[in-house]
Design a protein around this ligand. Structure first.
Ligand SMILES: *Cc1c(COP(=O)(O)O)cnc(C)c1O
Length: 369
């Protein structure tokens, strides 16, 4: 019976494997009977949600929950448009930025069309490509980073979309304004470049956003998220900025009420919480240094990262270290499915959480035989 159903599913869906999320705190508590669990697995903000967002949610009129949300997300678009100096027609709001990535595939990729992305890139790119029957073209990376020259050379007549994250997850590598400009000049008119900037708020110069390159470019989409620096991963809100025409096309396949009432209000409030953003960034800067120094002290290699996570290279089997860390009450992220079987990805936590992880790692590696 299940075999027959498989035959009915679209060819792309048949071969799909679902996205594997990081293990949850609750799951580990249940499995191992642990109480004090630290999760450093999904690049969430260790400081929690922006306090201004929490306050806004507490003040919300309950009637808003029984009414449909504003399907056009008017106030959020207006606020974001003012923030970036673009028009509201250039914005596409998503149920997380993942939603926007999927809209791109659904609006533009037909069976057989090519979608280009780098090795060690975000797992959602191949997922949304395959689901619509697109042909995934994975370009080898260079020193763990995106090889922009090789990416440019992989573009062909059937390349409909390029997914490119800056910085990249899970490697944390990034490229500067000059490299971006060079790459943009090689994107043909029949190809849409999706520049995924989910970690933009954590970045420092000379990193530059692609938003400045939007004027005059019909085929560029920059995506952003409230899941990381704003601490709202559980509410699901992200957005894309593009030409009005590109936004209009994405909007045609968007679910009418893809952003819920709570997410919109929280996102609006979070945008005004500059203090929280500054604290989050500082916590991340310090945490990246703390983790790198900890790896140095343990003699472990790592990939220098600009995100809120870092990949450490293990001298022992990464799955075994992952399991041993779980027994220590620390959840990390295996990245074998990203072509990185010898690494674990660690999301930056608070100073205390980072310390707890480093001590657990030392114990785990010290007792292996
Ligand atoms: C976390 C992440 C996102 C954001 O996902 P949301 O759907 O906004 O939670 C997008 N792209 C990359 C590369 C990410 O790591």
């Amino acid at each position: 019976m299940s075999c027959d159903l498989l035959e009915l599913a679209l060819p792309g869906v048949r071969a799909l494997r679902p996205y594997q999320p990081g293990k949850s705190i609750e799951e580990l508590q249940r499995e191992l009977g642990l109480t004090d669990v630290v999760k450093l697995a999904s690049n969430e903000n260790p400081l929690g949600p922006a306090p201004a967002a929490l306050q806004r949610l507490a003040e919300l009129d309950p009637e808003w929950l029984s009414r449909y949300p504003d399907g056009n997300t008017t106030r959020l678009k207006a606020r974001l448009a003012a923030e970036y100096g673009v028009s509201p027609e250039q914005l596409t709001i998503g149920n997380g930025s993942n939603d926007v990535l999927e809209l791109v595939a659904r609006a533009f990729v037909a069976p057989g069309d090519e979608v280009v992305f780098s090795a060690h890139a975000f797992a959602v790119y191949p997922l949304v490509t395959q689901a619509v029957g697109g042909r995934a073209v994975e370009v080898p990376a260079r020193d763990w980073g995106v090889d922009l020259e090789a990416m440019a050379q992989a573009l062909g007549a059937r390349t409909r979309v390029v997914f490119l994250a800056n910085p990249n997850n899970p490697t944390g590598t990034w490229f500067d304004a000059g490299a971006l400009e060079g790459f943009l000049s090689r994107i043909p008119d029949h190809t849409i470049l999706v520049l995924d900037e989910a970690y933009a708020e954590y970045m420092h110069p000379p990193w530059r956003s692609g938003i400045a390159h939007l004027p005059g470019r019909e085929n560029l989409l920059v995506t952003r998220s409230f899941s990381k620096a704003y601490g709202l991963a559980g509410l699901r809100c992200g957005y894309g900025i593009s030409s009005p025409q590109l936004a209009d096309l994405l909007n045609r396949v968007r679910q009418p009420f893809n952003l819920n009432v709570l997410a919109m209000e929280a996102a609006l409030a979070a945008l005004d919480d500059e203090d929280f953003l500054a604290r989050s960034k500082q916590c991340n800067d310090q945490g990246l240094v703390q983790l790198a120094e900890g790896f140095d002290a343990l003699g472990l290699g790592y990939i220098p990262s600009a995100g809120n996570f870092i990949c450490v290279e293990l001298p022992a089997s990464a799955p075994l270290v992952f399991e041993a860390l779980l027994r220590e009450g620390v959840i990390t992220r295996p990245v074998a499915n990203y072509g990185m079987p010898e690494h674990l990805r660690i999301s930056v936590g608070t100073a205390k959480e980072n310390q707890r992880f480093l001590e657990a790692l030392q114990r785990v590696l010290g007792t292996r035989s």
